[in-house]
Write a protein that binds this ligand. Structure first.
Ligand SMILES: Nc1ncnc2c1ncn2[C@@H]1O[C@H](COP(=O)(O)OP(=O)(O)OP(=O)(O)O)[C@@H](O)[C@H]1O
Length: 235
């Protein structure tokens, strides 16, 4: 089952729209709790402000605090699982997806303060590595998915990859995994005008070429308002 999604691609390839389309689907489940981390100063994720725990987190300290909050929720879920002798969170147990969204990972993974960077990476790694049974879902987007931006031990936690138009074959392989470009699956061949087109790797069948649906700012605002309405007490 797909759990953690990494979206990569060149500027203007359609990463944010792709990210929003997946986030919107999850946020329309009122049981979804979300931490939203925005390395683009809040401009990308602002629309989800009302339904994100602690609002939109743009600075590394609040981003790390959000990851720590999610880790605590994850630990509580594990305590519940062990108390009830069940292996994983499933629908009907009173816990929905625990969603952690990061738009532009590089803003945090390349942060100049080494200690802060390490604390951020530790939280992200813990959620990615242990989150599966606790219904944690990581969704991250980045322009540069290379190992200088995302340490390989973090990148490998993402089992689902969506490569939008990339600038080089190597960049495409970095998103999808080594060897795909040589087999003809190369997101650097996607045309400049084809925003939203990319290769989605989800499961053993290999990447599939898809075009994500387009959500305008107005569409997103309506979806986010509905997601907030669904969470209103007494709804
Ligand atoms: N699925 C889509 N269908 C049609 N057009 C799209 C789609 N996704 C994106 N676009 C177009 O491409 C533009 C850029 O998309 P988006 O902001 O998601 O790119 P990005 O990769 O996040 O860019 P950057 O890294 O520069 O922030 C959008 O404003 C829109 O016009």
């Amino acid at each position: 089952m797909s759990v953690h999604l990494l979206i990569g691609g060149a500027p203007e390839a359609g990463k944010s729209v792709a990210l929003h389309s997946v986030v919107a689907g999850l946020m329309l489940d009122p049981g979804t709790d979300a931490v939203m981390i925005d390395g683009k100063a809040g401009v990308e994720l602002a629309v989800w402000e009302k339904v994100a725990h602690g609002g939109i987190r743009c600075e590394i300290d609040s981003a790390t605090a959000g990851l720590e909050w999610a880790c605590k929720r994850m630990d509580e879920r594990y305590a519940l699982l062990s108390a009830s002798g069940v292996r994983k969170i499933t629908p009907g147990m009173g816990h929905g997806p625990l969603l952690v969204v990061v738009d532009e990972l590089a803003a945090f993974t390349l942060h100049p303060d080494k200690k802060k960077r390490a604390a951020f990476l530790e939280g992200l790694h813990d959620l990615g590595a242990r989150g599966r049974a606790a219904a944690v879902r990581l969704i991250a987007a980045t322009q540069k998915p290379g190992s200088e931006v995302i340490p390989t031990y973090i990148r490998d936690l993402f089992d689902t990859r969506w490569a939008l138009r990339c600038s080089t074959r190597d960049a495409s392989d970095t998103v999808l995994g080594a060897g795909w470009a040589a087999r003809g699956v190369d997101a650097s061949t996607i045309g400049l005008g084809a925003a939203g087109v990319g290769y989605l790797l989800a499961g053993p069948a290999g990447p599939t070429k898809i075009k994500g649906f387009y959500l305008s700012d107005a569409d997103l605002a309506r979806l986010a308002a509905y997601a907030a309405e669904l969470r209103r007490p007494g709804y």
